[in-house]
Design a binder for this molecule. Structure first.
Ligand code: GAR
Length: 219
């Protein structure tokens, strides 16, 4: 089986990255993780990647004069690994239009909300404050609009009356760990593509995101 070469970008814990590595190690996801890149040397996900024998790189945004310079250096670094797909997994930076255009159709992100609801940060707290009864996560192609690219697939979780932002985040994260490998697997199988601003699965434009049955088992 041909494995899809990917590069994963992280800024922190990297539990989504780990979920991808685990699936790949079990032979359930046909990807070759060529590198994990972080903008923070302290990202604990880097240790997990190293432990799994994956090449890691740190490109600290504080070493650059601005967003354009950073993203240009990041692009050069990524392209050395020649990925067919760039996977944002908790990479907490806003990307420049030039960077996004360079990777159009091969740049995906996971976002902790049911997009288009709650773009941006603090999604769990905002869902609670809005009185949402349902929350979740979305995988989308990245476009120049922040968290605004076409959504591929979502996983929904209930909001419980006694939830805090942390308990809700834990439940959503568990769903994310099943969600992201699913979307990447579709891409690796050649089933998923981006065309003219839309996501296509099995040659059908997705007018609505696919809804993944939730695998949340507790809490
Ligand atoms: C995840 O919940 C992901 O959806 C979110 O950051 C967390 C990273 O966790 N991403 C964003 O908020 C992107 N704007 P992880 O490092 O354990 O994968």
């Amino acid at each position: 089986m041909n494995k899809l070469p990917i590069v994963i970008l992280i800024s922190g814990r990297g539990s989504n990255m780990q979920a991808i590595l685990d699936r790949a190690a079990r032979g359930e996801l046909a990807v070759d993780v060529r590198a994990v890149i972080s903008n923070k040397a302290t990202a604990s996900g880097l240790d997990s990647a190293r432990a799994a024998g994956i090449q890691t790189e740190v490109l600290d945004h504080r070493d650059f004069g601005g967003r354009e310079q950073y993203d240009s250096a990041l692009q050069n670094l990524i392209d050395r690994y020649q990925p067919a797909l760039v996977v944002l997994a908790g990479f907490m930076r806003i990307l420049t239009p030039a960077f996004v255009r360079h990777y159009q159709g091969r740049l995906i992100n996971i976002h902790p909300s049911l997009l288009p609801a709650f773009r941006g940060l603090d999604t769990h707290q905002r869902a609670l404050e809005a009185g949402a009864t349902e929350h979740g996560a979305s995988v989308h192609f990245v476009t120049e609009e922040l968290d605004g690219g076409p959504v591929i697939v979502q996983s929904r979780v209930p909001v419980r009356p006694d939830d805090t932002a942390d308990s809700l985040a834990t439940r959503v994260l568990q769903a994310e760990h099943a969600l992201y490998p699913t979307a990447i697997g579709w891409f690796a199988a050649g089933r998923l593509r981006f065309h003219a601003g839309a996501a296509y699965l099995d040659n059908q434009a997705l007018t609505q995101p696919v809804q993944l049955a939730s695998t949340v088992t507790k809490t």
